[in-house]
Design a protein around this ligand. Structure first.
Ligand SMILES: [Fe+2]
Length: 343
């Protein structure tokens, strides 16, 4: 019952109000949510199976026509992540399909892309005007702010997986785009023929302007397989190669690191966890991966996420199994934020 006496205001509550009114926040109340013992927002893995994706991609080829065909792209939208569609916290992957005779408009943007060709029989991506042929398994980069477009001058549809650092660049609000039109392209070391950079240990000495990415733009799958076959096997039987900028051994672009892994039948890879986020693309073979507390079975052209800080191993069930793993690993290493543990 109200006896008419006023309750004096709680000085603590009054102070918190005063703090908020001054655009301040009390760290002592939120410290334990900010400085945590280890990452606590690890999403579960997600797999996009080729057998389920192909009919959707084919439908997009039928129904997405005219101007919209320039961006006939299906984003692999991870349901465990908030915000705009993304595949991993720092990476977005997407299927793009270009039909015979189609040509997309040249444009450029600050998010960098790496493409893995899933179905290709001779169409091409042009990067700063340089032709990069698209055959199954080939990897083509379109670095930050390079002009790029696609032209399918083959008789078969081309389908590839785009992998971009867009979520990262967008979080930093550093997305710039330029839709052209454009008639001329920059000339620099990356517009020299890829052949000039394709022999290990030998690079051209050139006065052409340097670039802050690999001047080699296309990495044919056949070369990657040959290098993997020649690579020494780890104790778990796997063989891994890193796609490198031939000038200095760094990743192809500053934000996206690419590796190809060959698995030995029946042998699980060593259990590893890392602070980097990755997307895995199966090139051939079948097998299983344990990721966190989930085991997923995979086959050719399946794509799945390798979430950060989840214990992970892979095992092939077939004589050969190859996958490409694209991650933010080297970027984290540069920031001194890469932690990796082997069980
Ligand atoms: Fe683009």
């Amino acid at each position: 019952m109200d006896d008419g006496k006023r309750v004096p205001p709680d000085p603590q509550e009054t102070f918190l109000t005063e703090i908020a009114q001054n655009q301040l926040a009390p760290l002592w109340q939120i410290y334990q949510t900010l400085v945590i013992e280890e990452p606590n927002r690890v999403p579960p893995p997600v797999i996009w199976r080729w057998s389920e994706m192909l009919p959707v991609i084919e439908k997009s080829a039928d129904l997405v026509t005219g101007e919209a065909a320039d961006h006939r792209v299906l984003i692999l939208d991870n349901p465990h992540l908030d915000g705009p569609p993304a595949t991993s916290p720092s990476i977005v992957a997407a299927y793009q399909c270009v039909l015979p005779g189609e040509k997309t408009s040249p444009h450029r943007h600050t998010p960098a892309a790496t493409r893995v060709i899933l179905e290709g029989a001779g169409g091409a991506t042009f990067v700063d005007g340089k032709r990069c042929d698209m055959h199954n398994g080939d990897l083509i980069i379109t670095p930050n702010w390079t002009w790029h477009c696609h032209e399918n001058d083959s008789d078969a549809r081309a389908v590839w997986l785009d992998i971009l650092d867009l979520p990262l660049v967008a979080k930093l609000d550093a997305v710039f785009g330029d839709m052209g039109p454009v008639d001329t392209f920059p000339e620099n070391i990356s517009t020299l023929p890829d052949d000039a950079f394709s022999r290990g240990g030998l690079i051209p000495v050139s006065t052409a302007a340097a670039v802050r990415h690999s001047p080699r733009l296309r990495y044919p799958w056949s070369e990657v397989v040959a290098t993997m076959d020649a690579a020494p096997a780890e104790s778990d039987g796997s063989r891994t190669v890193a796609y490198c900028n031939p000038m200095d051994g760094s990743p192809l672009t500053p934000t996206l690191d690419t590796r190809a892994i060959a698995l030995e039948k029946g042998h699980a890879t060593r259990k590893l966890r890392t602070t980097s986020n990755a997307v895995a693309i199966v090139l051939d073979g079948e097998g299983v991966s344990e990721i966190g507390d989930q085991e997923i079975a995979w086959g050719p052209k399946d794509v799945f996420t390798l979430p950060h800080w989840a214990w992970t191993w892979h095992r092939s069930a077939t004589d050969t199994a190859h996958m490409i793993v694209i991650s933010d690993r080297e970027m984290l290493a540069k920031l001194n934020l890469l932690r990796e543990q082997v069980a």
